[in-house]
Write a protein that binds this ligand. Structure first.
Ligand code: GLN
Ligand code: ZN
Length: 758
């Protein structure tokens, strides 16, 4: 199908909200890590960074994008950059902006992200519902916002010198303050938002500097408006943009919102403010259009319409996008076509992939291709350029598997239920176990890499894996743990390992996305109906079981986590896709059980992460998340013990979810939150097993027996000891053997002591 050229069309521009920083070959990661090791100088690092910035602007211009953003680059994280720029750093670490030397500045900057001896770094947490992590600013009445750094100005000037008049991107004041935490020294009841007026003064100064440098437009990101918390803060929103709008020397302002719609109240505030442009996410939920209708359009405020999905990898259906943009033209005088959010969350270039199936590749667009899409849409709308828009529309029938659909349709409600009373095997009181992985030694990683490159035969690689399992089993027997694990030595990653073995999933060679700092991940692509051609883990678990009389726990990644850490198809509801993954896992669970495995753990590390940003959507989410888990786990005999594991402790949000999953044992993080979850479950009369993590594996510190014992005694005071399991709070993959072994010995001894006193 092709569009007919319109006569003299309106002037429609194109832009993107941001661009990946890591470089097409993860150049930034290599440059930073080499600087950390002392192998290169600050100067060399800065040169690599400048080259990457210039390349990004060039790629965007070549793609045809009209308005190019800058200051989307960061050495670690843009929230950290904002804190540093306004001198909002905790007193335990020196402020980078106050150092004279470039080298010292950088050293201090990275210290905030990574800590130094005696001074822990800023905490890290998820950026909204993405898999990007930001550093959480710590604010208190004694942190005073002042503009002390000129990064956005310097990057604007640098781009201008290279021939690009960019639009500097700043994190907005509201999102910054609402994403910060209260520092320990703040008085009870104090909130970071109390710094708003001072912070706005600093923004006003920054806007003046940018205007003086020649910037004509600045972007302020306010994704917080997509959350309930942000929506409730319209008063502060109004105050912020009234102040910034009234600033005398300033570029024009684009307030950009994303990760969901913002509701009519916030939109009205922005429309009535002096802000010149508003960016809306018109992809994530359908409500952006309703919001626009509710405020009768934006009038003379420019609409930056996020119609190209900035955080998933599918090509845009251009004819449908043109239709939607046409509707928007009636609601605003000026329009820009954009991505729904920064392209930070997608890989850079599809052309770097050489082995994707052609019918899949045709359906994909990475950052470079998405930039091309917004540019093309802009041209179609303003110049009436005629294009063939048909190619991306229909789903490829090759992605559909009738057998999977028929099997799912045939399932009755009993496929999601286990009997209420499961009796179960004789249980050890305060049974000790671990979460699954044991330390991944560098030898193991080297062997895996060599095997992938074809330099190590599969036979030899498997021999190495079996030897590792022997060692892990022997170690656990020696330590005296009750339920053993095989240690997961065969897994590169808890999602990718399964994605490589399931139909309907593809993995990429170079599809890297920043997770935090220099850590990048390569999320697999779930493109079609999912099924399991053959067992995925049975060989390894049964091998481990053959080496011991003690029970070995099988280890799988649950449906929600498989979705959360992948790029997922959008042509059907997530609920349906999750059910398919649940069914494939159900087959694996059945095979494990048939092979004699009596404990099976299905990890849902990301259950909390996919939780919708707004309360009103959470129930529906939990319904399907729970259903897919139960589909995976309900096929087993009553005597088989189903475990699950989750990586967080915000108990108020997950307590209902834990009950609904109906696992026999749930292990969670708890060491740092003083067993609050256990207390909450105890109060609710929870009768299944709970394994509160009794020590924090995220630190190399070995906890003492007494410390673990104290945690356990606290847990025993909340729930019956017969329902309590004893385990660390996450997998041991990132630890060394020496510390892991000592910590587990202490844990087993602590359990023994508490047991004797019961
Ligand atoms: N079983 C996994 C492991 O032990 C769980 C990892 C996780 O929860 N992130 O590594
Ligand atoms: Zn975990």
């Amino acid at each position: 199908m092709s569009t007919t050229p319109t006569a003299s069309g309106p002037s429609v521009r194109s832009t993107v909200h941001g661009y990946p920083r890591i470089g097409p070959r993860r150049e930034l990661k290599r440059a930073i890590e080499s600087y950390w090791k002392g192998a290169t100088t600050a100067r060399e690092l800065d040169d690599v960074a400048a080259g990457l910035r210039r390349d990004a602007y060039t790629r965007l211009r070549e793609a045809g994008v009209d308005d190019i953003p800058s200051n989307t680059f960061s050495y670690y994280d843009h929230v950290l950059d904002t804190a540093v720029m306004f001198d909002l750093v905790p007193s335990r670490l020196p402020s980078p902006a106050r150092a004279e030397e470039r080298d010292e500045r950088l050293r201090r900057y990275f210290a905030l992200a990574r800590g130094v001896q005696g001074a822990p770094p800023l905490e890290m947490t998820k950026w909204f519902d993405t898999n990007y992590h930001y550093l959480v600013p710590e604010l208190s009445p004694s942190t005073r916002p002042r503009l002390v750094d000129d990064k956005p100005v310097a990057e604007f000037r640098e781009a201008l010198d290279a021939g690009f008049r960019t639009r500097p991107v700043l994190l907005g004041p509201l999102t910054f303050l609402l994403s910060a935490k209260v520092a320990d020294d703040a008085p009870e009841g104090w909130e970071p938002i109390e710094l708003l007026d001072q912070l706005l003064d600093a923004y006003v100064r920054l806007l003046a500097d940018l205007a003086a440098a020649g910037a004509t437009e600045v972007q302020l990101d306010e994704p917080i408006l997509a959350t309930d918390e942000g929506r409730a803060a319209v008063g502060y929103l109004e105050r912020s943009y009234k102040r910034l709008g009234e600033a005398e020397e300033r570029p024009s302002l684009l307030v950009s919102t994303y990760f969901g719609s913002i509701g009519p109240a916030a939109l009205r505030v922005l429309k009535e403010s002096r802000v010149e442009a508003v960016g809306l996410d018109l992809v994530t939920d359908g409500e952006g259009f309703e919001d626009l209708a509710a405020v009768s359009g934006l009038g003379s405020t420019r609409l930056v319409a996020g119609v190209v999905d900035g955080r998933n990898v599918w090509r845009t259906d251009l004819s449908s996008a043109i239709g939607r943009l046409g509707t928007l033209l009636a609601l605003t005088d000026e329009l820009s076509v954009s991505t729904s959010c920064s392209l930070l969350h997608v890989p850079i270039d599809l052309d770097a992939e050489t082995s994707l199936a052609p019918e899949l590749r045709e359906a994909l667009a990475f950052a470079v291709q998405k930039a091309g899409e917004v540019a093309l849409l802009g041209r179609i709308l303003s110049e009436g350029e005629a294009v063939d828009t048909g190619a991306s529309t229909p789903r490829n029938p090759a992605f559909t598997d009738a057998r999977v659909r028929a099997r799912l349709d045939a399932l009755g409600p009993d496929a999601y239920e286990r009997p209420e009373d499961r009796g179960g095997p004789d249980r050890v009181t305060l049974a000790t176990t671990t979460i699954g992985s044991f330390p991944q030694t560098s030898e193991l990683r080297r062997s895996r890499a060599a095997h992938r490159r074809g330099e190590l035969s599969t036979e030899e690689y498997h021999r190495i894996l079996r030897a590792e399992i022997d060692r892990v089993i022997a170690l656990q027997e020696d330590i005296g743990l009750d339920v053993l694990v095989h240690g997961e030595p065969e897994r590169n990653d808890m999602v990718q390992y399964f994605a490589e073995r399931l139909e309907g999933y593809a993995t990429t060679e170079n599809g890297w996305v920043q997770s935090y700092g220099t850590r990048c991940v390569r999320p697999p692509i779930l493109f079609g109906d999912v099924s399991r051609p053959e067992p995925m883990t049975v060989e390894w678990i049964t091998y481990a079981q053959s080496r011991t009389e003690k029970p070995v726990k099988g280890m799988l990644t649950g449906p929600v986590t498989m979705l959360a850490w992948s790029f997922v198809r959008t042509d059907q509801p997530l609920a349906e896709t999750a059910r398919q993954v649940g069914l494939a896992l159900r087959d694996e669970v059945a095979d494990l059980e048939r092979a004699g495995i009596r404990h099976i753990q299905v990890d849902e590390a990301a259950l909390r992460e996919l939780l919708p940003l707004r309360e009103e959507r959470r129930e529906e989410y939990l319904d399907w998340a729970v259903a897919s888990f139960r589909l995976a786990t309900s096929g087993v005999a009553p005597s088989t013990t189903i475990h699950t594991h989750m990586c967080y402790s915000e108990f108020n949000r997950i307590v209902g979810g834990i009950e609904a999953l109906d696992a026999d044992v749930t292990s969670v993080e708890a060491a740092r939150s003083r067993m609050e979850l256990v207390e909450a479950l105890g109060r609710r009369g929870y009768k299944r097993g709970i394994g509160p993590g009794v020590y924090d594996i995220h630190s190399p510190r070995v906890p003492s027996v007494e410390e673990i014992e104290a945690s356990l005694r606290l847990a025993v005071s909340h729930v019956e000891a017969a329902n309590l399991w004893v385990n660390p709070d996450c997998g041991l993959k990132t630890r060394g053997y020496a510390e892991a072994e000592q910590a587990l010995r202490n844990m087993v001894e602590a359990a023994r002591r508490v047991r004797t006193d019961l």
